[in-house]
Design a protein around this ligand. Structure first.
Ligand SMILES: [Zn+2]
Length: 88
């Protein structure tokens, strides 16, 4: 089943994205995510909301603030899990 395999891809990207949130993503992993995002609307949507949230955080916090508050990070990860489950 190709759709099942694709979902596995999403989970891998999900793991990489959590590193992305921690700003620990290597350029190679970043390329992997980009490649997956080219053909996966749910992941694109997730990344868009992720970027929005990070921008909001930067807007509210000082320049020295960490990339993303732990609570916001948890919320995003939970939302992403829901997205993946919704596709199953
Ligand atoms: Zn995906």
């Amino acid at each position: 089943m190709e759709s099942g395999e694709h979902q596995d891809d999403c989970k891998q990207v999900f793991a990489l994205l959590s590193q992305y949130l921690d700003a620990e993503l290597s350029p190679a992993s970043c390329e992997e995510i980009q490649a997956h995002l080219a053909d996966c609307p749910p992941c694109i949507e997730f990344l868009e909301s992720l970027k929005r949230t990070i921008r909001l955080c930067h807007h509210c916090e000082s320049a020295e603030a960490p990339p993303l508050a732990p609570e916001a990070r948890e919320q995003l990860l939970a939302a992403y899990r829901k997205t993946l489950l919704g596709r199953a």
